[in-house]
Write a protein that binds this ligand. Sequence first.
Ligand SMILES: Nc1ncnc2c1ncn2[C@@H]1O[C@H](COP(=O)(O)OP(=O)(O)OP(=O)(O)O)[C@@H](O)[C@H]1O
Length: 413
Amino acid sequence: MALIEAEHLYKVFGRGAKRAVGRLQRGESRNDLRAEGLTAAVIDASFAVERGEIFVAMGLSGSGKSTLIRMINGLLTPTSGSIRIDGEDINDLDGQGLRRVRRDKVSMVFQHFALLPHRTVGENAAYGLKLRGMNRAERERRAEEALSMVGLGGWGGSMPGELSGGMRQRVGLARALAAGTEILLMDEAFSALDPLIRREMQDQLLELQTKLDKTIVFITHDLNESMRLGDRIAMMRDGQIEQIGSSEQILNDPANDYVAQFIQDVDRTRVLTASSVMERPVAVIGPDQGPRTAHKLMREHQVSSLMVVDRQRNVRGAVAEKDVAAAVERGRDTLDGLILPVVTVDPDVAVADLFGASAESPTALAVVDGQRLVGVIPRVTLLSALGAVGGPQDNGDGSNGIGTTSPLEEVTS
Ligand SMILES: Nc1ncnc2c1ncn2[C@@H]1O[C@H](COP(=O)(O)OP(=O)(O)OP(=O)(O)O)[C@@H](O)[C@H]1O
């Protein structure tokens, strides 16, 4: 069961809202209602957010994102439709039940941090824990732990005014983490930050998520942000969800003209990763096998190179068809001297960052998880995925997720 399930959700503002839902269901448009002073903020939205997922609601201003998130935490009641959290329909809850859900299940992170200016950073991070009846020592411990998680260990005694915007948003995030809820709702949480800080926060959220495995609903009007963060993205327009899918699905198969137009300026090579363009290795060969076997496999599978892997599927290099064919001709029995070093890449490296790797690699690139081969990217696939993009880019942390196999001597010895 998904952790959050929304079914046929509607939210209409104005008098006669319930009747307006019926009219929308019979095909009347949002504009028809607007003429009468009614705003259809969310129209027939259905989606399910799985545990551990980052689900992004993305849309322009006024598309209904905030209304949607407010219905998820019970701040707004749907005009029609249902929202279940962990199987519990939140519309059926009374005030006390709703408070329990907000306290135990759902935390919010806001765009403008919502910090109390006259309380310390630590008190801000601990805010809300008192309501849960937690004693002071426990509150302080939880707050300090959450502050460390977001890189603000030791800042608990400072005042929010002493912090930069990025740090203040970290306090907002720490508060949500200290609450220990499974669900985080983040409403344009990074939108007020400078671009560089914003990217840092996105990276930090992704890193934290690998450890914390929260269920996150993230709202943004920024397409690049949604593609960086979202496991899946709901593309919203005028209150309706136009498409739900992973960034790859949306880029490769936009549901309609609106989505297609929206994504046309996205630099695909920055969104698509090695894992989304890699192919399953149709055949591999062990270092102890001979050129004949290699040649046969290549012809059978119509490939011009083969990855050489050991028993653990660790990549040792690659052999190219012309070298193997020549070795067969000369009657050689081993692959000694034929194994070329191969460029290895992590599955989550952006395609744009493979640019330099393709130039260095005489054969296909090996996509490795640790050392284990999980896929190959033939040169032709890579060149077509790269299209007409520019040169390689740095990850900012000095690494680019790209390496080569061990030196040739070691591979062939
Ligand atoms: N309380 C309200 N009363 C009347 N109309 C509202 C109310 N809240 C939102 N709306 C309207 O509902 C529509 C959707 O608003 P919403 O804030 O959900 O969009 P959004 O995508 O979050 O936009 P933004 O990014 O600008 O906040 C807008 O037309 C808005 O004016």
